[in-house]
Design a protein around this ligand. Structure first.
Ligand code: NAD
Length: 359
C-alpha cells in the first residue's frame, strides 16, 4: 500500500536540507520500489507569513492524514518578537501534541570517519552508536499545578510538578524495548529513584514491562551518574530510556559527543508508530540561503522514517550505507570539514548520497 508522507520544510536551512532528503526518497521510489507519495505544506515562520499562524489548519490536517511527517526546522530572529503562541517553535509543540507523539528517539552515532569532530578523545567515541528514547508529553514540563505564587512573607515562589502515570511510563518503555530488540539488546533506564517518588514508580513500571522482553538486558542508572558515564564511557550504552526532562538534557549531551549537529536525526512516534522525523538542529539562520548546510541529519531522518514507520529496514540500511560511503570518499560540508577532505555544498552532498544508494 502506498504510504503518505507530509513534507514540511519550514524555515531557514529547513527547505535546503529537506530538498536533499526528498531527492533520496524520490530515488528510492523510482528505482527501489518504495511505495510513497509526498505532499508539501508550510510550517513555522513561513506559514505565519502566509497564513498568520505557524501551524495552519491545512498543514495540521495533512500531517494527521499522513503516515509520517518529514520536517526541516522552524524559527528565525524576525519572528522572535511575536506573541509566544504565534512563534514558529509553537508549531512543533502543536504537531507533537496533536499527533500524540510521546516517544522521542534520538540516536547519537559517530561515524568513524568523523571521530576527530568530537571534543572527546577519538578512542572514547569512535564508532559510538547509542539511542536515547525520551518521553515527550509528560513529566515536569506538563505537570499541574504549576505557576508562580506569593508566599505568606510576600516572597514569590516558582513551582512545577513532576508527574508520571503508569500508562505513560509503560508505553514509552515498550518503544524502548522494541528498539533495543532491533539493536544490541541492551536497555538502560535512567531515573532519580533515590530521591524522587515519580522515579520510584517509573522504575517499578519499567521492571514490570521488562518481563515481556526477556531477550533484552535491562539496567538502571541514576541520572547524575548517567550524565557522567555519557562522557566517561559512552560506548557502554545501547538504548537509554528516560523521562522528559532527564531526556532533554541527556540527549543534548549525547548529541554533542559526536561533535556534529548537522549529522543527527530524530524521530517522534505515537502508539501506532506513526512518526515525525526531523534533524535535531534548528533553522541555522546564520548560514541559511548559502547552500552550505549539512543535509545528512535530514537524510538520516528519512532513513529512520523508513525503519520505524514505513517498515522498510533494508532501504533504511541502504541510506545509512550510502551516507557512510560518501564520508569514506572524503566529502564534507563545512560543519564537519577537516584538512585533506573535499568541501562540498548542500546539493552536492545530497546528490552524492543519491548516487551512492545501492540495494
Ligand atoms: P541551530 O541548530 O539552528 O544552529 C546552531 C549552530 O549550528 C549554528 O551555527 C548553525 O549554523 C549550525 N548548524 C545547525 N544545523 C546545521 C547544519 N545542518 N549544517 C551546518 N551547520 C549547522 O540552533 P540555534 O542557532 O540555537 O537556533 C536557530 C533557530 O532555530 C532559532 O529560531 C531556534 O528557535 C530554532 N530551532 C528550531 C529547532 C527545530 O525546528 N526543531 C530546533 C532548535 C532550534
Amino acid at each position: 500500500m502506498t504510504k503518505k508522507i507530509a513534507v514540511l520544510p519550514g524555515d531557514g536551512i529547513g527547505p535546503e536540507v529537506v530538498a536533499e532528503a526528498v531527492k533520496v526518497l524520490e530515488r528510492l521510489r523510482r528505482d527501489f520500489g518504495l511505495k510513497i507519495e509526498m505532499e508539501t505544506a508550510l510550517v513555522g515562520g513561513t506559514a505565519y507569513e502566509a497564513h498568520k499562524h505557524p501551524l495552519p489548519e491545512a498543514t495540521l490536517k495533512l500531517a494527521k492524514q499522513s503516515d509520517a511527517v518529514l520536517l526541516g526546522a522552524v524559527g528565525g530572529t524576525q519572528w522572535d518578537t511575536l506573541p509566544r503562541e504565534l512563534r514558529p517553535e509553537k508549531a512543533l509543540l502543536g504537531l507533537r501534541a496533536e499527533l500524540k507523539l510521546f516517544a522521542n528517539l534520538r540516536p547519537a552515532i559517530l561515524y568513524p570517519q568523523l571521530a576527530s569532530a568530537s571534543t572527546l578523545k577519538p578512542e572514547v567515541v569512535a564508532g559510538l552508536d547509542l539511542l536515547i528514547v525520551r518521553e515527550l508529553t509528560g513529566d515536569i514540563y506538563f505537570g499541574e499545578p504549576r505557576g508562580v505564587r506569593t508566599l505568606a512573607n510576600g516572597e514569590r515562589q516558582g513551582f512545577n510538578t513532576m508527574a508520571y502515570a503508569e500508562h505513560e511510563v509503560e508505553r514509552v518503555t515498550r518503544v524502548a524495548f522494541e528498539a533495543a530488540r532491533k539493536r544490541r539488546k541492551k536497555l538502560c533506564s535512567v531515573d532519580k529513584a533515590n530521591v524522587l517518588e515519580t522515579s520510584g514508580l517509573w522504575r517499578e513500571v519499567v521492571i514490570r514491562v521488562a518481563r515481556d522482553y526477556p531477550d533484552v538486558e535491562l539496567s538502571h542508572m541514576h541520572v547524575d551518574n548517567a550524565a557522567m558515564q555519557l562522557v566517561r564511557a559512552p560506548k557502554q550504552f545501547d538504548v537509554i530510556v528516560t523521562g522528559n526532562i532527564f531526556g532533554d538534557i541527556l540527549s543534548d549531551e549525547a548529541s554533542m559527543l559526536t561533535g556534529s549537529i548537522g549529522m543527527l536525526p530524530s524521530a517522534s512516534l505515537d502508539a501506532a508508530n506513526k512518526g515525525m522525523y526531523e534533524p535535531i538542529h534548528g533553522s541555522a539562520p546564520d548560514i541559511a540561503g548559502k547552500g552550505i548546510a549539512n543535509p545528512l541529519a535530514t537524510i538520516l531522518s528519512a532513513a529512520m522514517m523508513l525503519r520505524y514507520t514505513l517498515s522498510e529496514p533494508s532501504l533504511a540500511d541502504s541510506i545509512e550505507r550510502a551516507v557512510s560511503k560518501v564520508l569514506d570518499r572524503g566529502l564534507r560540508t563545512g560543519d564537519i570539514h577537516t584538512d585533506g577532505m573535499r568541501k562540498v555544498g548542500t546539493a552536492e552532498m545530497g546528490n552524492a548520497v543519491v548516487a551512492a544508494l545501492e540495494k
